[in-house]
Design a protein around this ligand. Structure first.
Ligand code: HAM
Length: 420
């Protein structure tokens, strides 16, 4: 028996109400904030991700699904959504549109990670990006939009963590301070941090190993070392968040795992930290478009994993709307009635009324039993008597009552339930 590959999951019909609810809520949110949908390919040239996410990042070093296609090119299944959106922005001249360009996506993401609760090798992200404007009011927009998503979905007890990691002018000085701090204690660092120290000392701040954590806690803080422009940007952002009544916690150890971030970084953590302590994250990436060959173009964005939202909704026992199911089943008794049922089902669907045909070759009793098990509210029964009189028998399954009506009357009766 084949199984789904390790770290992947089937989203079965019983799980779909969560997914549809989240996707619908995300769509409404994007409409409210004026973000337009973009779809990019599932795979891209490998170089796009190496360049943007960073050659020393965990994603590029050990998590990418990279393969050579028959043409010999190196391709990679999308391990994140921001770089493809920036690539599309450049490729299609979106910089010629009024800025910022506001885009969103719902996309499958692939990372070869160690699977555990809330961590998959294929997951689905909802993300949005505002490209072409460096003002902190855009950071506030993106953060508040992320916050609103979870609020609208009914999640409680979330915490917003916020930090600024500076820009290409002030970050090198800060990195040096970090190197100085950590290199005095190399023997207390985990092997990963030792190898990261020379490449990207920033990443040592969010190491989860207890010995590294103690050192990270005592490390220099970026907010105390960013340049005056970055400090002002962050100050304005905090003012806007206060205006929007958005509670946040400054977190000097928040740095994020992708190398393209500049200035603002933020993460949203769920009420109860399970295996995963982040439900969504993002930040500013003012140098990425230029790094990919465009003009200097500031940008800011966010992404959240749908699986993690579902996990938290279930955990907090938040109910989601049921998906509509067909109200009407059509049952038949003889072959001629089955033909009539086939035509009637088509007629109902043309009128927008969802209808399911009961299984052929089963007794009427068995058909009714199945309709009942599937939650049918009404069953239309067609037999010889109905064919002769040009009527149908309509059975209300909850009440167990039946009545005889014409097909026209049936369509009229059910038309309030038509799907538009
Ligand atoms: P990220 O923090 O790597 O950021 O991923 C965003 C979200 O995707 C995470 O907060 C988490 O909810 C979900 N996620 C990540 N990895 C997994 C996994 N293995 N299994 C399940 N869910 C996962 C980014 O990807 C950036 N592109 C976000 C961004 C957009 N920054 C600016 N714009």
């Amino acid at each position: 028996m084949y199984k789904a590959p390790r770290g992947t999951a089937d989203i079965l019909p019983q799980d779909q109400p969560y997914w549809r609810h989240i996707e619908r809520t995300a769509g409404v949110l994007c409409q409210l904030y004026g973000y337009e949908r973009i779809n990019t390919p599932v795979f891209e040239e490998t170089g796009l991700f190496v360049r943007s996410v960073g050659p020393g990042s965990d994603i590029v070093e050990k998590e990418m699904y990279t393969f050579q296609d028959l043409g010999g090119g190196s391709l990679t299944l999308r391990p994140e959504g921001t770089a493809p959106v920036c690539r599309a922005y450049l490729e299609h001249g979106l910089h010629n549109r009024p800025q910022p360009v506001r885009l969103y996506y719902l996309a499958a993401i692939f990372r070869y990670e160690r699977p555990q609760a809330g961590r998959y090798r294929q997951h689905q992200q909802f993300g949005f990006e505002a490209i072409g404007d460096g003002h902190p009011v855009l950071d506030a927009e993106v953060i508040s939009m992320a916050w609103q998503l979870y609020r609208r979905l009914g999640l409680k007890g979330l915490r917003l963590h916020l930090n600024s990691i500076g820009c290409k002018l002030c970050r090198p000085g800060f990195q040096q301070r970090l190197r100085d701090h950590f290199s005095g204690n190399v023997e207390r660092l985990c092997p990963d941090c030792r190898s990261r120290l020379a490449r990207n000392a920033l990443r040592l701040l969010d190491c989860k190993q207890p010995s590294c954590q103690a050192l990270a806690e005592a490390a220099p803080r970026s907010l105390e070392h960013v340049c005056p422009q970055c400090a002002l940007h962050f100050e304005q952002l905090q003012k806007y968040l206060a205006l929007l009544d958005l509670p946040y916690e400054l977190d000097h150890r928040l740095v994020r795992g992708l190398d393209y971030y500049t200035r603002t970084v933020f993460e949203i953590q769920p009420e109860v930290e399970g295996a995963q302590n982040t439900i969504g994250g993002g930040g500013r990436y003012d140098d990425l478009i230029e790094e990919l060959g465009g003009r200097p173009t500031p940008a800011v964005g966010f992404a959240t994993g749908i699986e993690r939202i579902v996990l938290n909704l279930r955990h907090q026992q938040v109910s989601v709307p049921e998906l509509p199911h067909p109200r009407v089943w059509l049952a038949h008794q003889v072959e001629a009635a089955r033909e009539e049922a086939l035509k009637l089902a088509q007629r109902l669907r043309l009128a927008g009324i969802a209808a399911i045909e009961a299984p052929a070759d089963k007794s009427l009793k068995a058909q009714l039993r199945q309709a009942s098990a599937m939650g049918a509210e009404q069953v239309v029964i067609l037999g010889e008597a109905e064919l002769a009189s040009g009527t149908v028998t309509l059975r209300d399954m909850a009440k167990g009552e039946q009545r005889s009506i014409t097909q026209e009357e049936l369509v009229t009766l059910l038309s309030p339930f038509a799907i538009s």
